[in-house]
Design a binder for this molecule. Structure first.
Ligand code: 5GP
Ligand code: MG
Length: 171
């Protein structure tokens, strides 16, 4: 089986969507904002977006991992590089919401720290694949099915570093 990549979202389209999102977020958050990068997938989206958001932003990182168990979807979060969120306005910056399981598992863990507000910004919302009721507060792109790689998205840890987003298929 060989893998093939088809360009889905090019650099210009990414740049436009991210600039628009940064402008919207700056308007919605005129004061201090803690932006949390969900590693590794959101790495490039987070760095491009937050660099357009001005001097009120502080940054933090967290790592999530989801995996398919035999009975339920497994989920692990490492919050050891996450700053104290108590009383802060917090924006989680994530690559994609697919089934919705990861985000609905992560958010209660962050809520435990009693942020003043907690919202989520995703690059891609795959609405049609949702298995739990969840809608991100902000999304740059919405589409249904294709499995994407590049610009942080991986297949078995490959392709993350590609500067644009591709649909991956097997032939
Ligand atoms: P969830 O299904 O819990 O909403 O999303 C879990 C994770 O699945 C995402 O954070 C992401 O890492 C991965 N995922 C979902 N759709 C895609 C995709 O199209 N491409 C890649 N590379 N990962 C995806
Ligand atoms: Mg992810």
């Amino acid at each position: 089986m060989s893998e093939s990549l088809k360009l889905l979202i090019g650099k210009a389209e990414l740049d436009t969507a991210i600039s628009r999102m940064a402008a919207r977020l700056k308007e919605d958050y005129p004061g201090p904002l803690t932006c949390l990068c969900v590693l590794k997938g959101a790495l490039y989206f987070f760095s491009d977006l937050t660099r357009l958001m001005g001097d009120q932003v502080t940054i933090g990182m967290l790592t999530t991992k989801s995996y398919d168990g035999t009975r339920s979807t497994g989920f692990k979060a490492d919050l050891s590089s996450c700053p104290d969120l108590k009383g802060k306005d917090v924006l989680v910056i994530e690559d994609i919401v697919d089934t919705g399981h990861s985000m609905t598992r992560l958010l209660p863990l962050l809520q435990e720290q009693q942020p003043r507000s907690l919202k989520v910004c995703v690059l891609i919302d795959k609405k049609a694949r949702r298995e739990v009721d969840y809608t991100p507060d902000y999304s740059c792109f919405t589409f249904d099915d294709p499995f994407v790689v590049g610009y942080g998205f991986d297949y078995d840890e490959r392709y993350r570093n590609l500067p644009e987003i591709y649909e991956l298929s097997f032939t």
